[in-house]
Design a protein around this ligand. Structure first.
Ligand code: ATP
Length: 310
């Protein structure tokens, strides 16, 4: 659905993008992550046809963003970080104006606007001026304008920024619902948001893609935790003898069991090997699981290795 190849963009002497490439397939929810100034907004502006790249290509639904920006914009719903709302307009007038700008045919307007209003839960506010709405509801109005033409691709920049916890939960579940019919790119600094909403993350730093993987892969480590009955003997030495295991440490006793942490070389599947050993030695296993890192620690380590502030 989205194909970005070797995209570069400079603003005068500032090189914002240095040859980034990534692909997004239909129906995916992608988190676009990066510290301030990494190049996220530049990427989104190029994808939505608002900016031209200096080099490289970007296609949405097969249309080139430079050669066919109008076709691309028909496929995309874009919610910029500060949704361009006209504060003195009522919600209803604003949505009518947005439908006009989108050139939605007269006969479809009423039904598409009511669908967007229904999906974003703003039906009770249609006759209110936007300036009287809370920030969360203004964000919903922005979302309603972004989704009213049933876009195949939704690009959302910090959609929950500044919202209260209840509104955040509501907007996140709305995004997940919208993702049932659209491909979503969500740009945010909020890593728990990506963990709660996205399947895959693309991490950009200094204008380059530094990681692009499913969240489960990004946060996977070759560390496992297990607990066996305390009287089981030779556990540490036996597990340490598994080829590829680099460290076994006793974490402590817990209710008649001893807990261990095992670290192996990258890519080593520790749990099946520990399970087989436990069976062979008749240890009673009370716990056995791979240890996962948080996205935040993956991001921080990556930023540190690149010498940028996370
Ligand atoms: P943030 O999270 O802070 O919004 P970002 O990842 O979206 O950052 P961009 O806004 O794409 O980053 O900016 C990438 C780089 O390009 C930064 O160094 C920024 O200062 C620079 N930049 C962005 N827009 C312009 C502009 N109009 N003129 C000059 N430099 C710009």
């Amino acid at each position: 659905m989205i194909s970005v190849e070797q995209l570069s963009k400079s603003y005068g002497a500032v090189q914002a993008l240095r040859g980034i490439s990534f692909q997004v397939t239909r129906g995916e929810i992608i988190g676009l992550l990066g510290p301030n100034g990494a190049g996220k907004t530049t990427t989104m502006k190029i994808l939505t046809g608002y900016l031209q790249p200096n080099e490289g290509t970007a296609k949405v639904g097969g249309f080139d963003v430079v050669e066919d920006p109008i076709a691309v914009q028909r496929l995309i719903g874009y919610l910029p970080e500060n949704a361009p709302l006209y504060m003195d307009m009522t919600v209803q007038d604003y949505l009518m104006m947005a439908a006009d700008l989108r050139q939605i045919p007269e006969h479809q307007r009423r039904s598409l606007i009511s669908e967007a209003v229904h999906n974003t839960g703003i039906g009770a506010f249609l006759t209110r001026p936007i300036e009287e709405l809370s920030k969360g509801y203004r964000q919903r109005v922005g979302l309603a304008q972004a989704i009213m033409h049933r876009p195949k691709v939704l690009i959302l920049d910090e959609p929950t920024n500044g919202l209260d916890p209840t509104q955040i939960v509501e907007i996140r579940s709305l995004i997940r619902r919208l993702a049932e019919n659209s491909t979503v790119i969500l740009s945010t600094h909020n890593l728990p948001e990506v963990e709660a909403t996205c399947e895959r993350a693309i991490i950009i730093m200094n204008g380059e893609v530094k990681a692009d993987a499913k969240l489960a892969e990004l946060t996977q480590t070759s560390t496992a935790l297990f607990a066996v009955n305390a009287e089981a003997s030779g556990v540490e030495a036996t597990v340490a003898a598994i080829p590829g295991v680099t460290k076994v440490s006793l974490e402590g006793p817990s209710n008649g069991y001893s807990r261990y942490r095992v670290i192996g070389e990258a890519g080593l599947e520790l749990c099946p090997a520990i399970f087989d050993l436990a069976k062979e030695r008749s240890w009673r296993l009370a716990e056995l699981r791979p240890e996962h890192r948080t996205l935040e620690s993956v991001f921080r380590d990556l930023a540190q290795s690149q010498g940028v502030a996370a």
